[in-house]
Structure formats: structure tokens, C-alpha cells
Write a protein that binds this ligand. Structure first.
Ligand SMILES: [Zn+2]
Ligand SMILES: [Zn+2]
Length: 345
């Protein structure tokens, strides 16, 4: 089968590889029907994910059909259409029992697929702990609707959930890329009074204006005054920092009102510092990132009910055999690209 492979720093290639086999009793083999490219794949390509193993098949955002299951798998069976979770988790350890599956203590726990073990930019993928890692897709939900459930949509759901948004709150979202949009869609479910999305990319702000007309959009330099005008208490009640730059990290605490909650979703290239003397008295609560992707079933139900629709994020579609071209486009950010879907035809 064809598999997009991390060859070495700076190089991915589409290689012919053997079809994966069941290795453990809780494994499933999934025939991938639709995959996508994530910014984290680019981080692997650029060598900034030290745990990524050269030779590994990349891709951790996909849907497919269960082909085979091991003897210990109970919740899914061959023929089921499923979403694949970016995180591998045992479901039994202390962290899993508390819903903190990102910190599962299993040696394969956390982000393994498409990083430490073969992922899903390929015709087939082996999924360990399939009962936790796979969720059946309701019949009325298409592959395109379900594509992001296991990764960026799980992230949006997790971020909105832990941000404890109250009805009427002013919410600031820094970053209008695909993950920012997923955070936005999930935040809107909590009925905030006003959402402000900030990004320096005008095209991405236009995307928000087109699809979410009630949301205020702005450039970074406008954010502080807008957060003041659109809130009753001198700043945002909740801030979600999804962009991951030094500037957005600073804006995240600056635009927050005293006692606000700041959820850091972003992954930074470098350490960030909080100027605590300047911040003294603001009494902010910071939550640092790492999605716990264990609510995929609920997300699928919300999609089935029409509450969430991320299909407009799929701006481009390529067949697997042209995935190198798909990467070039995604990386260049040309042609208004948000997300690229990869078909297996
Ligand atoms: Zn990802
Ligand atoms: Zn666990």
C-alpha cells in the first residue's frame, strides 16, 4: 500500500509499504477512506517533534472503515465507519480514569499515531486500543463532516469545555486557522455574549466573517481596545490562545479581564515568559495545552444534530498519490487553503 512517510528532517515521501497487521489483541486495522494534513505534520517534517521516528507513516487525522479487529476489541467491528482519535489511550490508568487521556501512562499513550507509530496518510492504519481510539460515525454524518473529529475538532471541544464559558461571556480567540475555527465553533455552543477572533491574516478573518457573521474579527493591534468595548468588565472573560506566537501569548493575558481564564491551546516553538510583576493583581488562571480527546462520540452526535459543521474548512482535496503536491499547497498557505483532505482513490 502507499504511505506518506517521514524519511528524514525536511523530507516526506510517498512509499510502498506492507499493509499493517494486528499486533495486539486490542488493535484494529482501519481502511482509511479520508485523511487530512495537519500543521503538526509540518512540525514533524521540520524536525521540531523529537519523538517522531524517521520511517514512520505520518497522518493522525482520518476516518475509515474497520477492516479487522483483535480478539480484545469490543466496541467496534469490521465494516463499521469510524473516526480515528489522534491520541492512543488505555482507558484504565489514573489519567485515563480522570479523563486526562493525553497523559495516559501506557508506553504508546498520547500522540503516537503518525508520530511514533505508523499513521493514516496511507491506505490502511493499525490503531492500538481500538475501543478507545475509534468512534462509530452515525449513518447521517459523512466522512467529510467527521474528518476532524479525532484531532482539531477534539481540540476545539476540549478547549471550549475546560474554558468554562458562561452564557453572555466575552470570549477572545487568538488565531483563525483551522484549530482556531474549531475552538470558535465549540465555544459558540456555550452561548457567549460576544466572541472576538483575532488574526493577522486578513484572508482567515474573511473566512470567519463569511461563516460566522455574528463574530467580531480584528488584527492584533486592534484587539485590546475591542476587548474593552465588547465586554462589561474591562476585558475578555475567557481567552483561548490558539496562535502560538510571542505576540499572541502576550495579548492573551493583556486582553483578559481580572480573574479571567486563559486557555493556552497553542504549541510554541520557544518558551514564553509571563511578566508577573506587571500582571500582579490580575489574578488570572492559565490552563496549558494538550488535548484530552475522549469526547469524540459526543462531538459526532453534535455534528449529526447540525450543531457543528467543519466541512467549509476543507478548501482543497487531493488523492493520496498527489499528497506531495497537497503538502506543498498546505505549507505555502496559498489559494486560501485552510485544510486539505486526502482521498484514497
Ligand atoms: Zn494534528
Ligand atoms: Zn491510560
Amino acid at each position: 500500500m502507499l504511505a506518506c512517510t517521514y524519511v528524514e528532517k525536511g523530507k516526506f515521501a510517498l512509499l510502498e509499504k506492507p499493509k499493517p497487521e494486528i499486533l495486539e489483541e486490542k488493535d484494529a486495522i482501519v481502511k482509511v477512506t479520508l485523511a487530512s494534513i495537519c500543521t503538526s505534520d509540518l512540525h514533524i517534517k521540520h524536525g521540531s517533534v523529537p519523538r517522531a521516528v524517521p520511517g514512520v507513516t505520518v497522518g493522525h487525522e482520518m476516518v475509515g472503515i474497520v477492516e479487522k479487529v483483535g480478539s480484545g476489541v469490543k466496541n467496534v467491528k469490521p465494516g463499521d465507519r469510524v473516526t480515528v482519535n489522534v491520541e492512543t489511550f488505555c482507558g484504565e490508568c489514573f489519567f485515563c480514569q480522570n479523563g486526562w487521556v493525553n497523559n495516559c501512562t501506557d508506553p504508546n499513550g498520547g500522540w503516537a499515531l503518525g508520530c511514533r507509530i505508523d499513521g493514516g496518510q496511507a491506505e490502511f492504519v493499525r490503531v492500538p486500543y481500538a475501543d478507545q481510539g475509534l468512534n462509530p460515525i452515525p449513518p447521517t454524518v459523512s466522512d467529510r463532516q467527521a474528518l476532524f473529529v479525532g484531532d482539531i475538532l477534539a481540540t476545539g471541544d476540549w478547549a471550549a469545555r475546560i474554558s468554562r464559558i458562561q452564557k453572555g461571556d466575552t470570549v477572545v480567540i487568538l488565531g483563525a486557522g483551522p484549530t482556531g475555527i474549531c475552538c470558535l465553533q465549540c465555544a459558540l455552543l456555550y452561548q457567549p455574549g460576544q466572541v472576538i477572533v483575532c488574526d493577522k491574516d486578513a484572508e482567515r478573518l474573511h473566512y470567519v466573517n463569511r461563516h460566522h457573521p455574528g463574530v467580531v474579527t480584528c488584527q492584533p493591534e486592534e484587539l485590546l481596545s475591542l476587548a474593552q468595548t465588547h465586554s462589561a468588565h474591562g476585558g475578555a472573560d475567557v481567552v483561548m490562545e490558539v496562535a502560538g506566537s510571542e505576540e499572541t501569548f502576550r495579548l492573551a493575558w493583556e486582553c483578559a479581564r481580572p480573574n479571567a481564564l486563559v486557555t493556552v491551546v497553542a504549541l510554541y516553538d520557544r518558551p514564553q515568559t509571563l511578566p508577573l510583576p506587571q500582571m500582579y493583581g490580575k489574578n488570572l488562571t492559565f490552563q496549558t495545552g494538550g488535548v484530552d480527546g475522549c469526547h469524540c462520540g459526543e462531538i459526532l452526535e453534535r455534528i449529526a444534530r447540525g450543531e457543528i459543521d467543519t466541512t467549509p474548512l476543507i478548501t482543497h482535496t487531493y488523492p493520496l498519490r498527489e499528497i506531495e503536491e497537497a503538502y506543498r499547497l498546505f505549507e505555502s498557505r496559498a489559494s486560501g487553503v485552510m485544510k486539505v483532505a486526502v482521498t484514497m482513490e
